[in-house]
Design a protein around this ligand. Structure first.
Ligand SMILES: *[C@@H]1O[C@H](CO)[C@@H](O)[C@H](O)[C@H]1NC(C)=O
Length: 440
């Protein structure tokens, strides 16, 4: 009898830990734009299914703001809203088959292009009257299409990139750049911070009666201390997704390649450009750890190497020449999805190829602190040089382990369309997503 009771107690304990293990969040972003891509990078909603068993939340993006009416609107009515075939209903319809899934509509994201001199996300904040149509239309879109809530990927102005490093010969050039006067990100940052707090409060009040969620996506290179009054907003937020990646990109740092999304500090000049700093900032400002989800990008950032970039590939790599040519699938210069990176690593198909099709040299991260890179030095004519910093399934798992060890809420994967959803690399579909899930 005692044995049976013991056994029973043990299995209860096992059940409790199993439930605890699955309590981590895995927020999956799905950018509707990937549905209208051509060729292999087009992510059809059917291709989402193998991912959804792993996701706790699906964030569909991105809705936009109408500059004339201040309403939350779809930038592509036909794609999002069409009766029968619109993506809004398709994504919320997944809840029938995956009842655990929370589906949110996201507004903003870096995809919604804004005029930096007349940023509609800031002008909307500035007027309490403008916020009303926004809140009403957001509530009504969420309700009409069956979403579980709204995600705010609000477009605040970004930090100016700091120079990462200067090689010996470049010291003075770098020196001049760093100290060429103070750069003010936003003259009215203090007001915008207060107004954003008001917006979050007003939105939550509108959404609460229906039990809708309100989440925040902190976009890359947005300075949290400038725009978020953390203690004043956290109680009205169900989660905070820190998009802690793209710290170094070929657009921001065309002359120096370095790890785009390290867990820990790379160098003293950029103490804030890492996951650990961003997480600690929110924790220090009284955000509950369980509300924080760490963003992981499923793409790499790729620079073009020149003859002066050296042969070692060791970051920071100087004298780079901006964005590397676009991948064949995603067609975005300087950005390579995980299957595109994978296809460039040494494999049987490319081992005898040369030039632009030849394999890159892969350098892993035994420290588990910074991520991977792969590169090919420029050839004698200065062509075909490339350096790409990226997270593969292993380094994404390192980040998930970091999340676990800090007791954080979970991970936010940005986005599903950049993971290997076709299983082209090893045969496994969504290998980055799986690696994260396995660690959480
Ligand atoms: C963010 O803003 C704070 C001031 O609130 C400033 O001290 C800090 O340097 C800024 N961070 C970056 C990366 O620009």
């Amino acid at each position: 009898m005692k044995f049976v009771i013991l056994l029973f107690a043990l299995s209860l304990a096992a059940l409790a830990t199993a439930q605890h293990a699955s309590s981590s969040h895995l927020v999956c972003y799905y950018d509707g734009n990937s549905y209208v891509r051509e060729g292999l990078s087009k992510l059809h909603t059917n291709d989402l299914e193998p991912a959804l068993q792993f996701c706790s939340h699906l964030v569909y993006g991105y809705a936009s703001i109408s500059q004339t009416s201040n309403k939350l609107v779809s930038p592509n009515d036909k794609l999002d809203l069409d009766i029968g075939a619109g993506l809004y209903r398709t994504v919320t319809g997944f809840k029938k088959k995956y009842p655990h899934l929370k589906v949110l509509l996201s507004v903003g994201g870096d995809r919604d292009e804004v005029d930096p001199d007349n940023n509609k996300y800031l002008t909307l904040l500035e007027s309490a009257n403008a916020r009303i149509p926004f809140i009403n239309s957001a509530h009504s879109l969420v309700k009409t299409y069956g979403f579980d809530g709204l995600d705010l990927a609000w477009q605040f102005p970004k930090n100016k990139p700091k120079k990462v490093h200067s090689g010996i010969g470049k010291f003075w050039k770098g020196f001049k750049k760093i100290f060429s006067g103070d750069f003010v990100v936003d003259e009215k940052a203090e007001e915008h911070k207060e107004e954003f707090t008001a917006l979050v409060r007003e939105l939550k009040n509108a959404l609460r009666p229906d039990g809708y969620l309100l989440g925040l996506s902190v976009l890359p290179n947005v300075n949290s201390s400038l725009f978020y009054d953390v203690p004043a907003i956290v109680n009205n937020l169900d989660y905070v997704n820190l998009h802690a990646y793209d710290f170094q990109t070929p657009e921001r740092n065309p002359e120096v390649a370095d790890f785009p999304a390290p867990i820990y500090e790379l160098n003293e000049r950029n103490p804030e450009s890492n996951i650990n700093f961003q997480v600690q900032y929110w924790l220090n400002n009284h955000c509950p750890a369980t509300k924080i989800n760490v963003g992981i990008a499923a793409y790499g950032r790729a620079w073009k190497l020149t003859k002066d970039s050296g042969l070692t590939g060791l970051p920071p790599v100087v004298e780079t020449d901006g964005v590397a040519p676009a991948g064949t699938q995603t067609q975005k210069p300087g950005l390579l999805s995980w299957p595109e990176v994978c296809g460039k690593l040494p494999n049987p198909a490319n081992q005898h190829l040369k030039g632009a099709d030849g394999p890159l040299r892969k350098v892993g991260d035994p420290t588990k602190r910074f991520g991977n890179y792969a590169y090919r030095s420029a050839d004698d004519s200065g062509e075909n040089g490339i350096w790409v910093g990226y997270d593969d399934p292993d380094t994404a798992a390192n980040k998930a382990a970091f999340v676990k060890s800090r007791g954080l809420g979970g991970v936010a994967l940005v986005d599903l369309s950049f993971d290997d959803f076709r299983g082209a690399c090893t045969g496994d579909k969504y290998p980055i997503l799986r690696a994260i899930k396995f660690k959480l």
